[in-house]
Design a protein around this ligand. Structure first.
Ligand SMILES: NC(=O)c1ccc[n+]([C@@H]2O[C@H](COP(=O)([O-])OP(=O)(O)OC[C@H]3O[C@@H](n4cnc5c(N)ncnc54)[C@H](O)[C@@H]3O)[C@@H](O)[C@H]2O)c1
Ligand SMILES: Nc1ncnc2c1ncn2[C@@H]1O[C@H](COP(=O)(O)OP(=O)(O)OP(=O)(O)O)[C@@H](O)[C@H]1O
Length: 579
């Protein structure tokens, strides 16, 4: 039988293996079943005794091999096509959201913000909550959007009657804070990065605070690029000049950044490492000092509030949240976050904020502290100078990771993105097989990782797991994505550093021997089945951590103190030398 004879459904043996090769090109209905068929064909080849003298059998097994190969190619083709389709679907959705957003920007209203606003207004018929949040999707023009939404609300409440086009929103319009009035020309965005203000927050989400029916607003601050010999308030937007055909760089894409408060911070969130007596004692002291000396409002996690109240009822002024939903609003309340612990507590702090993150002041109470430059013994002086400002900060990029399930029927089933400050790791989990990860960068094939796994790390995470896997240490202010294999079974694999603007996709091939596992900053393990993918790009919400000196000094100090980097006894003068 020649291979060409295998163009129709053929049954082999006692009929339990059936291979159809006559399907049209688009008939690759299910690559998994194709793979099973391939396996069956392979098994059949192994089971069928082939004697050198039997030409027919040799020809037959050749034909089967050809079929097996064709099936494998078909399955791989489908996997690639599915990955591409998923990516295009994602891009389409992104584009559609952006277009919707732009369309509504014409009206001055972001669609997401509009629906959120509608919900809030509908859910709170008493009209108690009328929060004005920054729009996470556009992060601009939201004050104006607030006014317009308020007008819409007013219209709805008045059955939409507005004959002369004049809208009376005097009762429903969010109250504007002073900042809003001062910056109503939007000047803030023109000369730096500004914090968002909360316009009005009538009802506190904590019932303990329900009686405090008063205006709270977030402290406003400005971030500016600091460069030696340059006026710090001047920020040119052009990075590259093309004057008379000559290309010259006018600016660096990343610089030392300084934070200057435009209004004093009023609310602090303190996050602490659990199960540590020294941290508990320090936390109580700090809360007391901040309340008595600085007159600040303090938020802590529910666990910490219980701990403080167990110590003394004095701490009843300390506020907290009740559930996951309320945590989502915390960033609108808090001006500054203080962490008491090690790097893990900074990671924990960042993980609480699924969108914008307030600046973090990390105190070191762990064994290593790459992101925790402040010493807890001097907390009063440190906090004094941070609250006064200006301070140097390290603006740490985060990665935004999407798990795309092959089994997902539609985009509604797409899982929420996860933000990481250190890295996302895709590894073999408990499986003893090699992982097989197909990696693409902006749809260009990068490589197939065969080994224990792959780390996609931020530059902040470059001193963590990526370093242990042989990646380079990178200054946290350098924008980039580290692509570091874990124990690759290849002599020529070297870690890469990719530019910050790319999207990396890691695909688990359909013919993978086992599922892979993704973990995010060392937590939240998720299984990735064959056909699933992890798509990762730079998130728009970095984490600003306060520096002791500046980002470079702090970074170098951390690798010297934390890792004893390049520590070696100095060679003595006493010996052979060039004269
Ligand atoms: N082989 C390894 O080195 C290895 C293995 C697993 C996880 N990790 C790291 O642990 C991190 C989670 O930290 P954790 O504190 O929640 O877990 P953990 O308590 O297990 O601590 C892990 C260690 O990593 C250090 N670390 C964390 N972030 C760092 C950073 N940016 N630079 C330098 N060191 C850093 C911590 O100080 C700590 O000593 C993960 O994001 C991962 O980077 C490292
Ligand atoms: N507020 C928190 N709630 C829950 N878990 C937390 C919190 N803060 C920290 N953790 C977790 O506790 C673990 C240890 O925290 P951290 O790294 O800060 O302390 P450490 O291990 O003593 O420090 P180091 O790693 O420098 O020795 C981390 O896994 C971190 O995610």
């Amino acid at each position: 039988m020649s291979p060409s004879k295998l163009d129709s459904t053929a049954s082999f043996g006692d009929g339990d293996v059936s291979v159809s090769c006559s399907q049209p090109a688009n008939g690759l209905s299910d690559s998994l079943s194709l793979l099973h068929s391939e396996k069956a064909v392979q098994e059949l080849i192994q089971q069928t005794p082939v004697h050198g003298s039997d030409d027919h059998l040799i020809e037959f097994s050749e034909a089967l091999r050809t079929v097996a190969k064709a099936l494998r190619r078909a399955a791989e083709g489908k996997a690639a096509a599915q990955a591409e389709a998923a990516e295009w679907k994602r891009r389409y959705e992104l584009e559609r959201t952006r277009n919707l957003h732009l369309e509504n920007k014409g009206n001055g209203i972001c669609e997401k913000l509009r629906s959120w606003w509608m919900q809030t207004s509908i859910n709170n018929t008493t009209g108690l909550i009328r929060l004005m949040l920054p729009c996470l999707y556009c992060c601009e023009n939201w004050k104006e959007q607030g006014r317009r939404l308020s007008k819409e609300q007013s219209l709805r409440e008045n059955n939409g009657v507005s004959e002369g086009g004049r809208l009376d929103n005097s009762t429903n319009q969010p109250m504007l804070c002073n900042q809003e009035k001062e910056h109503s020309n939007g000047g803030c965005l023109e000369h730096g990065i500004c914090s968002h203000e909360v316009l009005q927050d009538v009802a506190d989400f904590d019932s303990n605070m329900a009686h405090q029916n008063k205006i709270m607003r977030k402290a406003s601050f400005k971030l500016s690029w600091r460069c030696k010999g340059e006026n710090s308030d001047q920020h040119k937007h052009d990075i590259v000049y093309f004057e008379k055909g000559n290309i010259s760089t006018a600016e660096r894409s990343s610089k030392q950044i300084s934070l200057k408060w435009e209004s004093p911070p009023q609310t602090l969130l303190i996050l602490t490492k659990p199960n540590s007596t020294s941290v508990r004692i320090l936390c109580a002291q700090m809360v007391r000092w901040l309340r008595e000396q600085k007159k600040l409002k303090i938020y802590v996690e529910p666990r910490v509030r219980v701990e403080l109240l167990t110590e003394s009822s004095y701490f009843s002024f300390v506020q907290t949240w009740k559930d996951e939903e309320e945590i989502l609003l915390v960033h609108t309340k808090v001006d500054l976050v203080v962490t008491l612990g090690g790097d893990g507590t900074v990671l924990w702090a960042a993980s609480i904020f699924k969108g914008p993150v307030p600046p973090i002041v990390p105190f070191s109470l762990g064994s290593l502290g790459f992101m925790t430059p402040f010493h807890s013994e001097h907390y009063r002086d440190c906090l004094d100078s941070v609250l006064r400002g200006p301070i140097s900060i390290t603006l740490r990029n985060r990665l935004q990771c999407h798990v795309i399930r092959d089994a997902a029927k539609n985009e509604i089933e797409t899982e929420e993105p996860i933000l990481v400050l250190n890295e996302v790791t895709i590894d073999r989990g408990i499986s003893s097989y090699l992982t097989n990860l197909e990696c693409y960068c902006d749809n260009s094939f990068v490589t197939c990782v065969q080994g224990d796994g792959l780390i996609l790390s931020t530059t902040s995470g470059s001193t963590a797991y990526s370093l242990a896997a042989g990646g380079s240490m990178v200054h946290p202010q350098v924008p980039g994505i580290l692509f570091t294999p874990i124990c690759p079974h290849s002599l020529s694999f070297r870690p890469l550093i990719l530019p910050e603007h790319v999207t990396v996709r890691v695909q688990i091939p359909f013919n993978s021997r086992s599922p892979a596992w993704a973990s995010f900053d060392g937590k939240d393990r998720k299984q990735l089945a064959p056909g699933d993918a992890l798509v990762c790009s730079m998130a728009p919400w970095p984490v600003a951590t306060a520096c002791q000196v500046d980002s470079t000094d702090d970074f170098l100090r951390s690798i010297h103190d934390g890792l004893h980097w390049n520590l070696r006894k100095t060679q003595s003068f006493d010996g052979p030398r060039d004269v």
